[in-house]
Write a protein that binds this ligand. Structure first.
Ligand code: GAR
Length: 196
């Protein structure tokens, strides 16, 4: 079973979906650590409720990204973390973590990438009046929401939909697609290596 760390900055509903899938035995990973860059992230409460250790840091207390990522890296090593799963972590991953976890960092983004990268992707799609948007799961590279795409699912925007309606539709898709994709990716790695 692979050991993962989830990184979050906010509410953590995707983190919750991952926890639920693990507890339902649909996703066979061990969540070793939640990393949060905001002390008030609701994701922290979710971790505590489920007995998942947390590492909460305050970026402003560090000189630069390399400085805080070095500390994160040592926590990941202490916990034997093998994969990093970004779930609403609103920060670009830097060279320190990228080089240590090459090909082993996944992200979820609320659009059909490469459309609408960056912040407020749902608002961007809504304002652009597109009829179809969606959700992307991809491997992380040094870019902003770039990196090889693993899975995508479309979400249709009806004329009568409010921004909040679209947000709800996107979230509903995310909460199914992320655990399912993680299971597919991590099981495949296990099969390839012939271990369990
Ligand atoms: C999710 O919609 C996720 O796709 C998005 O942040 C939200 C976090 O929600 N991520 C990005 O925009 C990454 N560029 P959550 O905290 O409730 O899981």
């Amino acid at each position: 079973m692979k050991n993962i760390a989830v990184f979050a900055s906010g509410s953590g509903t995707n983190f919750q979906a991952i926890i639920d899938a693990v507890e339902a035995n649909e996703l066979h990973v061990e969540i070793r650590l939640l990393v949060a860059d905001k002390a008030n992230a609701k994701a922290i409460e979710r971790a505590e409720k489920h007995g998942i250790p947390t590492f909460v840091f305050h970026p402003k207390e560090y000189t630069n990204k390399q400085d805080f990522e070095t500390e994160i890296l040592s926590k990941l090593k202490d916990n034997d973390v093998e994969y990093i799963v970004l779930a609403g972590y609103m920060r670009l991953i830097g060279e320190t973590l990228l080089s240590a976890f090459e090909g082993r960092i996944l992200n979820i983004h609320p659009s059909l990438l490469p459309a609408f990268p960056g912040k407020d992707a749902i608002g961007q799609a809504f304002d652009a009046k597109v009829k179809i948007t969606g959700v992307t799961i991809h491997y992380v590279d040094e870019g902003m929401d770039t990196g090889p795409i693993i899975a995508q699912e479309a979400v249709y925007i009806d004329e009568k939909d409010t921004l909040d309606d679209v947000r709800k539709k996107i979230q509903a898709v995310e909460h199914v697609l992320y655990p399912k994709t993680l299971a597919a990716v991590l099981d495949k790695v296990q099969e390839a290596k012939g271990v369990n």
